[in-house]
Design a protein around this ligand. Structure first.
Ligand code: NCD
Length: 353
């Protein structure tokens, strides 16, 4: 299936796969994010008037636009949020889902990944695929007949997570700075400083997110990469980010407290990816290297620093922080469903007019 540049109007993305954030263009991304706002308006802000999306509040067509469409949800690695939010997304659009448990499918008998997906696309209209091998999802997408959405391929990419991360950053930074709804766009991130914290070597979410921040249309963004030496952001990702144009500086740091007190607009925390380590001993050397508590958040003098995490967290953010109004990771998780609704409607070719 085609993995084209996803240009202007998501309504024209019918049949396209999304395997990498490199496919996204600023115009296409903006339209997709606004479509996700529409989806959220319908389910959440219908009467609050927080966003002027009044054209959609009357429309039932968003809830039924994918009637008769089937999604196959194929996960060869553990997942709660990505898998369930795709499921919820297709159901909320009126479609249905086939959940494939890779441990009880024919993959167990030695079937190749391509054959498994070729089989499933006979039954379904779109495939969501997570697999531990880098490059596996693009490889499958190249030969499949229906759209394939990359739900994470090893340490490589997680493009739909980057979409929901940018959506949430824009939304929260806009709210904290009283940006009017008419100016809701990635440009609210212009000139902002975003810190990425934790396992930058193995975390696919930060690989996709940093690349997308550099090409999304935001200008003069500074990225601070906070990690232990052994978990640095890979050079090839930094090269991509440098070439994207939107990020002016990429700064490697180890001391989280000085980064927070120095001023940043977003802190994006990640889990140390235990399953990617060669040994338990190597993992134990870095486990617990950054733990965010109320004391850390107190270092943010602006009081407006948005705290995000793709989740699951395994100790990186203390529960005491959950009630802090800057802690937005649960909102981020919910936004994932609306963003995936928008993406599914686009690649299925059923975006309501
Ligand atoms: C992430 C993933 O699977 O890459 N989770 C997610 O999709 N929300 C992050 C992680 O597992 O640490």
């Amino acid at each position: 299936m085609l993995t084209p540049n996803l240009t202007a109007d998501p309504a024209t993305w019918t049949g396209s796969s999304l395997v990498s954030v490199k496919q996204l263009t600023p115009e296409g991304l903006h339209r997709l994010l606004v479509l996700a706002l529409d989806m959220r308006t319908i389910y959440k802000y219908k009467s609050s008037g927080e966003f002027d999306r009044s054209h959609v509040t009357a429309s039932q067509s968003y809830k039924t636009c994918a009637t008769g469409k089937i999604l196959s949800n194929v996960f060869y690695e553990a997942s709660t949020r990505t898998s369930c939010s795709f499921q919820a997304a297709i159901l909320r659009l009126g479609g249905t889902v086939i959940n494939v448990n890779a441990t009880s499918s024919s993959a167990k008998k030695g079937e190749t990944l391509s054959d498994t997906i070729r089989c499933l696309e006979c039954y379904a209209d779109v495939t969501v695929l997570r697999h531990p091998e880098t490059g596996s999802v693009p490889m499958v997408a190249a030969t499949s007949l229906k759209p394939v959405l990359n739900a994470g391929d090893g340490t490589n990419e997680h493009p739909t997570q980057a979409l929901l991360d940018i959506f949430t950053m824009v939304d929260c930074v806009a709210n904290f700075n009283n940006v009017p709804p008419s100016q809701w766009s990635v440009n609210v991130l212009d000139g902002k400083t975003i810190a990425m914290v934790g396992d930058l070597k193995n975390g696919r979410t930060v690989h996709s997110l940093s690349r997308l921040l550099s090409t999304c249309g935001a200008k003069n963004v500074t990225l601070k990469y906070v990690s232990p030496e052994v978990l640095r952001m890979p050079g090839y990702v930094m090269e991509d980010v440098g070439g994207g144009g939107g990020v002016v500086e990429q700064i490697e740091e180890t001391d989280l407290n000085s980064v927070v007190s120095g001023g940043c607009d977003v802190i994006y925390v990640t889990r140390i990816q235990k399953e990617r380590f060669a040994s338990e001993d190597e993992y134990n050397e870095v486990n617990g290297c950054y733990i965010i508590g109320n004391d850390t958040m107190a270092l943010d003098k602006s009081g407006k620093c948005v705290l995000l995490h793709p989740l699951p967290r395994v100790g990186e953010i203390k529960e005491e922080v959950d009630t802090d109004e800057r802690a937005k990771y649960f909102e981020q998780m919910e936004n994932g469903m609306y963003v995936r609704m928008a993406l599914l409607a686009s690649v299925l070719g059923v975006v309501p007019k």
